[in-house]
Each structure stands twice: as C-alpha cells, then as structure tokens.
Design a protein around this ligand. Structure first.
Ligand code: PLP
Length: 404
C-alpha cells in the first residue's frame, strides 16, 4: 500500500509513539487522527475491481484491504518496531493466524514452543495439522532441540519471549541465526509480553513480529487488535491474502482507540516496569510466597538473557504461594480492592489470574510426562499470572498483602 504509511523511523520511541503515522488533516486542520469509519471510498477515476489492482494505488478502495485510521496505526506501529510495514488484524490471534496460514501450506513444517500463549498452542495442536501443516513443539531455551527439529520442509520458526504464562525467555538472535543458517525461511516472534519498547526482534534477525495490540500497545483494556510487522514486500503479499481472503481485519474504531493508547506506550512501559520491580521484590521476600518469576529479578533463571535482550522488563510476572493456589485465588476474587481478578494483561490496571497446571495441560499443552515435568520445573506447578499496571506500587503491595 505504497504512500499510505507515514512516519520517521529515526525518531526516538517517545516521539514515534506520539507522532508517527499522524498528520494534520488537510481538510479540517484537525491535529488528532480522524476516525474514518467508511467502508468504501470513491475513486477519482474508474479503477479496477480486484484487490490486486489496488497494489500501488495511492488511495483507498474497500476497508477490508486498507483504511485510513488503520493505516495510521500501522505506520505508528512500524515506526515503533523499526519495521518497513505493518498489517493490523482483529485480535492477536487473528494476526498469528494470518501470518502462519498466509505463509504456510500443506506439507510445510513449523516449529513452535512447547508452552506458549494458549490459543496459539491450541492452533498448533488442533488446527494446523488438519490443513496438512506439520508441527513440532520444542523447548526454545534448548538450541540443540531446535536445531534437531529442523527438516528440509521447515518453513517457519515461531518464538514467543517472554512466554505466556511460563515467563521463559528465548534468545532471538541465536535462534534466528540458527534457523536461517539451516534454510528456514521465516522466523516469527510473538513479542506481546515485551512490547516494542523492550525488545526489537527484527533488529535481532527475525523476519516477522506479531503483537496482540489488546495488551501493552492498546494498553487500556478496551480494544482488541493484533498486528504483524516485517518487510514491506512480504506484508503487501500477506495483505492480499490474509486481509482479502481471511478477512479478520481491525475495525477503524479499535484502531483509533489503539492509536491513542500507543501514544503513551513508552511512558507506560517505564511505569509498568518500575511498579513490577517493586511488587516482585515484595513478593520474593513474602513468607506466604514460595517462588517469583520476573525477568528483572536476578533470581530469574534467564536474567542474563533478559538483561541482554530486553530494554524494559515489562510488567508481567508469575508467583506461587505456599497455600493452595485455588484457595488463595478464591480470596483474591472477593478481597482484592485494586487488582482485578481477571484474564488479559498489559492494561493500565493490574490484573491477576490463577493458572492451574492440570487445566492448562488438559486444554492447551498436552505434554507427555517428560514435557509436563519440564513445564513444572520451569514455570511452577500452578501459578498466579500477575500483570502489574501503572498504579502506585505501594497500593498494589498493600492489596496483595491483604490476601496473602
Ligand atoms: N500472544 C500472547 C503472548 C498473548 O498473551 C495473547 C493474549 O493473551 C495473544 C497472543 C492473543 O491476543 P488476543 O487476545 O488479542 O487475540
């Protein structure tokens, strides 16, 4: 979609977050981005009907292909991530589906983590094999395991770091090099937990980045969205297939909300990290807590990698309690005053949720005995997933103290 994406990729993140993709509206001189809900656009001359005819056309035709407010968000995201281009979708999962099914076909092989965000884990286990896509599930923290899973038909390596909910990291630069050297075409990174403020997977050698915009980038828990970022030629091709044929595109209204949220991403990420570090240190010394996993703590088993790969440790952590998790969770539902006991993450308000190992194994991971042991060893046997918001750390600590 040549000519539609504006933004200066040399800006610092704070400036890109506010200005990239935005411009004063030439018709009204409006300073803030317009919300353009129009589905169709009147061309100035007779134009072709196929979406293929729109390639290279510097205007809009039909909003399943591209639309102005979504394009403004795409330009802002591309600038924040240091990508040539971005395509937005209706959710993070829609973005993952667009990329995986837009790039792979029958007989292709994809390698994914043995534990990652549950809906993508289920997509890998249940859906992709039905369409003839071979799947291998590996421990990304073990490069030898990744190397030995690569075969002649391996087209994609899918990474997620830090992973939801294990808090396990993987070394993007090392794995991207390893995969490309062995002929794997696509290295994709789900960077939702890190956000573009913490980690820039493309600069580390990945080909694609996927974000759930529902999380840190939108940041306010009021709009679902997802994005794929990468090179322009590949994203133009993806747009023609995933937008036009799969159709899971982002609503302009959600794009407008996410544009507004993204403007404060850099300062929010600093606030998330600052509060999360204080909460993690509090939890680590609390007598009712047996273990905390937060990349910013020196006790995180991959803290050195976190320091190398993350410029911000983000607000995500897990912890375990000495008392049975479900009992503590029941108290949280009733007694927490600030933190919401609810799923999701990366919002300005803090969220906590109990994730039982049996549940997640039955619904999503379905490890064998060895895989289950490995999951438990790293992540813990049942964890509280805490997404620290941007409230005062003192108030969050007081809220947690009450229920612990
Ligand atoms: N990737 C990660 C790491 C996530 O945590 C999530 C949602 O929690 C998703 C992808 C999916 O995003 P969405 O809920 O916007 O579809």
């Amino acid at each position: 979609m040549a000519g539609r994406q504006k933004g200066n990729r040399d800006w610092q993140p704070e400036t890109a977050a506010v200005h990239a993709g935005e411009f004063v509206d030439p018709a009204t001189r409006a300073s803030s981005p317009n919300l353009v809900m129009s589905v169709t656009f009147a061309p100035e001359a007779v134009a072709g009907f196929s979406a293929r005819d729109e390639q290279g056309y510097d205007g809009y035709v039909y909003s399943r292909v591209a639309s102005p407010t979504v394009a403004q968000l795409e330009a802002k995201l591309a600038a924040l991530e240091g990508a040539e281009a971005a395509c937005c979708y209706a959710s993070g999962v829609a973005a993952a589906h667009a990329l995986i099914c837009g790039r792979l076909g029958r007989g292709d092989h994809v390698i994914l983590p043995d534990a990652n965000y549950v809906a993508i884990a289920e997509l890998a286990r249940d859906t992709l094999p039905r369409f003839g896509i071979e799947v291998s599930l590996v421990d990304l923290a073990n490069p030898d395991e990744v190397a030995s899973a690569i075969g002649p038909n391996t087209r994609m390596l899918w990474l997620e770091t830090p992973a939801n909910p294990t808090m396990k990291l993987c070394d993007i630069a090392l794995l991207a090099r390893l995969a490309h050297d062995r002929g794997v075409r696509d290295v994709a990174v789900d960077s939702t937990y890190a956000s573009p403020i913490a980690t820039k997977p493309l600069a580390l050698g990945a080909d694609f980045v996927v974000h759930s915009l529902t999380k840190y980038i939108g940041g306010h828990g009021d709009a679902m969205g997802g994005a794929v970022l990468g090179r322009k030629a590949e994203l133009d091709a993806l747009r023609l297939e995933a937008n036009v044929h799969f159709g899971g595109v982002l609503s302009p209204f959600n794009a407008w909300l996410i544009l507004r949220g993204a403007a404060t991403l850099p300062i929010r990420m600093r606030a998330h990290e600052d509060a999360a570090l204080q909460v993690a240190r509090f939890l680590e010394t609390h007598p009712a807590v047996s273990r905390v996993l937060y990349p910013g703590l020196s006790s995180h088993p991959q803290h050195e990698l976190a320091r190398r790969q993350m410029r911000n440790f983000s607000g995500m952590m897990t912890f375990q309690t000495k008392a049975a998790g479900p009992e503590v969770a029941a108290r949280m539902v009733k007694e927490l005053e600030i933190i919401h006991y609810a799923v999701s993450l990366g919002h300005h308000r803090s969220l906590i949720y109990w994730i039982g190992t049996e549940d997640i194994e039955a619904s999503s991971f379905r490890h064998d005995a060895e895989g289950r042991r490995r999951y438990r060893d790293y992540a813990g046997d049942g964890v509280f997933r805490l997404s620290v918001g941007i409230e005062s750390a003192d108030d969050l600590i007081a809220d947690l103290s009450r229920v612990l």
